[in-house]
Design a protein. Structure first.
Length: 80
């Protein structure tokens, strides 16, 4: 897909690409030069809420930490 750079160096993100990547108003994009001389790389920088949503539950594959927490809470309750 092609877009045109305006006189103020602004570009529009094609609707299909924005929808596929979940880009919305206020999102940030990281612009870098690519390896080729005429290559441009744009990376979506998700907002903090989106980053947290993507990470939610990702630690569960490392074990049942909730069981350990529950044991510690029960232990503290028994002590006090």
């Amino acid at each position: 897909m092609e877009t045109t750079v305006t006189g103020k160096n602004m570009v529009s993100i094609p609707r299909a690409i924005a929808a596929a990547l979940g880009i919305g108003p206020g999102w940030k994009l990281d612009w870098r030069r690519g390896e080729a001389e005429d290559e441009l790389v744009v990376r979506v920088v998700p907002d903090r809420a989106e980053a947290a949503r993507r990470l939610m539950g990702s630690g569960s594959r490392y074990g049942d930490w909730r069981g350990a927490v529950a044991e510690l809470v029960a232990e503290r309750a028994a002590e006090g």
